[in-house]
Design a protein around this ligand. Sequence first.
Ligand code: 26Q
Length: 831
Amino acid sequence: MAADMSASASCGDSARSALDPDALRRGVLDNLICLQARPLAIATPHDWYMALAYSVRDRMLARWAATIQTYAARELRVACYLSAEFLIGPQLGNNLVNLGIEAEARAAMQSLGQDLDGLIALEEEPGLGNGGLGRLAACYLDSLATLQIPSVGYGIRYEFGIFDQVIRDGRQVEATDKWLQKGNPWEIVRPNVNYYVRFGGHTQVENDAQGRYCVRWIPAHMVKGVACDTPMLGFRVNTCNTLRLWKSEAVESFDLEDFNAGDYYQAVQEKVISETLSKVLYPNDEPEAGKRLRLAQQYFFVSCSLQDMLRLLDIKGEPIARFSDMFTVQLNDTHPSIAVAELMRLLVDERQVPWDEAWNITRGTLAYTNHTLLPEALETWGLPLFRSLLPRLLEIIYEINRRFLDEVRQRYPGDDARVARMSMIDEAGEKKVRMAHLATVGCHAVNGVAELHSALLKQTVMRDFAQLWPERFKNVTNGVTPRRFMLLSNPGLARLLDKTVGEGWATDLTRLRALESHADDPGFLDEWRRVKYSNKAILAQHIRSTTGVEVDPAALFDIQVKRIHEYKRQHLNALYIVTLYQRLRRDPQLAVAPRCFVFGGKAAPGYAMAKLIIRLINGVAEVVNNDPSIAGRLKVVFYPNFNVKNAQFIYPAADLSEQISTAGKEASGTGNMKFMMNGALTIGTLDGANVEIREEVGEENFFLFGMTDSQVEELRRDGYRPADFAAGNGELRDALDLIVSGHFSRGDRDMFRPLVDNLLHADPFFVLADYADYVACQERVNSAWHDMRRWTRMSILNTARSGKFSSDRAIGEYCHEIWKIRPVSVALERL
Ligand code: 26Q
């Protein structure tokens, strides 16, 4: 009966659901006139973009409805991915690819006098993430839908995402992100799906009607969370899952009681605070990240999401004891780790579940992914801040901790040092709550994001916990979606792959292995090179229009794009460029492979050293690009505002991928995988997923350099003196001298002083120690480039052997090893 009812309510109108060009065309015109309210004659390109986006969304909604009904009707477990960031990128192109109607949309728009690619390029992306972690969450949503896994992504609907980066006089300047300025056609706001979240105030002990001891939290204020949904369609399947982001609102337009008491301004102030909560995404790597608002954001979205799950449980008429059968919750880093305490609060305080039972449900439901080994990046919150914002949650954490430490004491009698190390409260100095400890105790699984990272976690930051609960620790190596990063970004390559290995590789990436048998076929090598060349020509065009720099697509495109951070060592790359530049100036006849160095990435606004690295790259670029003795053989480009949108034409254009972090510092990396899939060779250290990339592609097809993580540790223990490395290496000394001479800063000798001094006297990431080996390795790159056949063969093998790094493989492992959950197919006939 329910299914029949919905049949009449569904998209029976073919202008809204049919996939042929003619129906699409009618749909676009309908939406232009009825939704955009634009007469044809004055429609702007943006109006056409909106009308097309709404028409594509119409086609997704039928699948969305079918998916929701399928999940409602069946007994199944839903995977909830909790993440403070979802860097989903532009939606139009991706949705067309996943629906399989790119050609139809192109034809429809052409019949309306519009160019599809031009419209796709107009979309402002939702920059709701900083980098790797947020983009990983987005790749996982694509794979979850494609693999037909019942799932929801839960996060925050920031009004301002990551800032826009503008380069002015070689420096990064931040501009506010404007993603919502022209409206967001993909979002469906659901004012009726809303929850209240408490903040501040105090708690009091009471007895309830049954005389049971209970705790009441009397908040100082409340904020309302409203659901904003974005449909997430899988590739060529009917499964269309939901990304549910919470927007904060004031509970009432303003508090009448305060108003009546005459405190009008207080009431308005409360409203402002409520609406501020989901205003802005915090950049990572901010030294001053201990912000009250950030903790409030985390609690806000976690509480809304868990309340949403409880509501679904009620709607399904399931008892609370079935919570962990119905839901499995993955915590993307510690940002949502307050979920451990909040789920306990909801169960114990609000649903009167006995503590032990609530604890079993909580642990049975939650799992935690760690993304960092840097001790300074592990999240902690000062106790006074925590208590004043979330008094009841702190009490619950203390109770969890008390019970946990009893267990530790029983297992390790007399080992007080261990108890102090493992406590959820850091008592050395100013007291702090350790969120990673809370997550590890409150979850049934803890995983790292690459083999090396997971191993190091157990040996370093999580050592005590891994000794106590070895079975809890797992690895799931990251992956990226080949739909966005190959099919959509690299259509030339996609066509060649279809022709060579057959369609189907995009959902079973291991099929690319079949390319290996073509790696010695001269005709195929030619075709491969042509695809790469035309991708490079496209990037060259973008470089010209955004920076004014002319680059030759025939040069070796050597690319490093990622957040700017000392551990990622963009300055090591810059030192090599300075070295090459010096060599060429000394010997203008020197045979070097023409190279175009491309950098991209944002620095946290408060991270001075990262910003200075950007300034250095731009200083080097200005000099090298304009020096007549270089004669265009080296070009250096800083591509401004690296984001998902421009990443899509950067990865496909790379010959060489720079993955040069200090070993032991990069948890995984995911850009490294995107480059590999698109046929770039990697120059890299044995860090993060590079280790597995090298294993897959074969050591002969990977440019390895640098110390291993244990060599790094050894050097640190023995007392690292970076100045000794400079003293022992003339070229390195010359490069550093040239930088401080003002050569790259228009004569300003002070500009790069802090950077060079830091390298010579501290060098926390061993740049100088790895310099010589990096330069030597770059020489091997140069000679490989001279043998174009060999290079192209290696390029083909990189793509051929990239299958492991599909996010489908990663999600398959989460489903099997952690979530215990299986696919559910969705039939469109349901409608
Ligand atoms: C924390 C507190 C306050 C404000 C901001 C933050 C914050 C926000 C974002 C801290 C960290 C992040 C993002 C971290 C991140 O992107 N990590 C990367 O995750 C990737 C996916 O697993 C890995 O591939 C990278 O190695 C890792 O650096």
